[in-house]
Design a protein around this ligand. Structure first.
Ligand code: AVI
Length: 321
């Protein structure tokens, strides 16, 4: 699962429903209807995303793991010994394990995620795979400023942000996030980031509109969730999943398109849909290597290396200062 507050923020025990309802009303009453993608990730959404990462069409996850496996030693050669690895978002342990295995005597692993149960899960997996490592989970929204544990104060810091979750931010949000991460990690910190690369439209559309319909279920789960948690009455058969490449903005867009005119109850109000009208539910920005240099530079980082797979589908960048 992805992790960032922009793309999760929902699995925790806190009552997130008032915020979700307020977001839904604001987004659905706008002239062009939208819903924030962070609400895609309840327990079911996270499970569906897990399924997506194993689909034949969804190349990012396995390609990134391949890049990390193939180049972890080269990446690690740039990083000082005894680094504390701060993962932005709680991963499933697999990617960070590859990085931790390659680093010279890493001193700590700090997974950061807004959902306490996810961060605890990430922590316990790494505690098992790296029993000598100090594991210090933080339940916090990592798109905002947060403090690092005192135990890592003296250690060199390495941020880790895999999965191309950066792509779910607009480029402006991405710059703000990277600048804030630099502030959190401190002077001389480094940052390893996965980003999906621009490629032909057919490959992208297939990855976001798979033949088995898992991504469609993932997208529609947003409406199911509004029904379940906010008392809405969306007719799920009334909407279809749409995945489109936007070449001007270099992003995949997910929408939910009304198959017929309809009116939906939400929070004591009614939301009307014309036939064909869409709710924009997610952006997934794709970058070129040049774009990545520009993005990092705008946030005060310098690219120290970019590694890709032979087909140049995906990238792992190492940023320094
Ligand atoms: C979590 N994030 C990086 C995924 C992506 O590719 O943008 C979410 C996703 N949306 C549809 N498929 C996967």
């Amino acid at each position: 699962k992805p992790g960032p507050a922009e793309t999760n923020g929902s699995g925790s025990g806190d009552d997130h429903r008032p915020e979700m309802l307020a977001d839904a009303l604001a987004g659905l009453k706008a002239p062009r209807k939208t819903l924030p993608c962070k609400w895609l990730y309840d327990v079911e959404g996270a499970a569906l995303f897990g399924e997506i990462t194993r689909l034949p069409e969804y190349y990012p996850t396995r390609t990134e793991i391949g890049i990390l496996r193939g180049h972890a030693a080269e990446i690690a050669a740039h990083v000082p010994a005894h680094a504390a690895v701060v993962e932005f978002g709680s991963g499933d342990g697999e990617k960070v394990d590859v990085l931790l295995d390659a680093l010279e005597a890493p001193s700590a692993y700090v997974p950061v995620d807004i959902a306490p149960e996810w961060v605890a899960e990430a922590a316990s997996k790494v505690a098992v795979s790296h029993p000598d490592l100090e594991v210090l989970p933080i339940a916090a929204d990592f798109t905002r400023e947060f403090g690092l544990p005192d135990q890592v104060e003296a250690a060199p810091r390495l941020g880790f942000f895999p999965g191309s979750t950066i792509g779910n931010f607009t480029p402006e949000e991405a710059v703000r996030f990277l600048a804030r991460a630099r502030g959190t990690l401190g002077e001389d910190a480094m940052f390893v980031m996965g980003a999906d690369l621009v490629k032909p439209r057919e490959t992208l559309v297939a990855a976001y509109d798979d033949a088995a319909g898992v991504t469609a279920r993932f997208n529609l789960n947003l409406l199911r969730r509004l029904n379940r948690e906010c008392g809405a009455d969306f007719d799920l058969d009334g909407f279809e999943h749409v995945a489109e490449w936007n070449p001007e903005l270099k992003r995949m867009e997910m929408h939910l398109r009304a198959r017929r005119p309809q009116s939906v109850a939400l929070g004591g109000e009614r939301i009307d849909f014309a036939e064909g009208e869409t709710i924009h539910t997610e952006n997934s920005h794709k970058y070129t290597e040049e774009d990545l240099h520009r993005l990092a530079g705008r946030a005060g980082w310098q690219v120290q290396g970019i590694w890709t797979d032979p087909a140049r589908l995906f990238s792992v960048s190492l940023l320094g200062q």
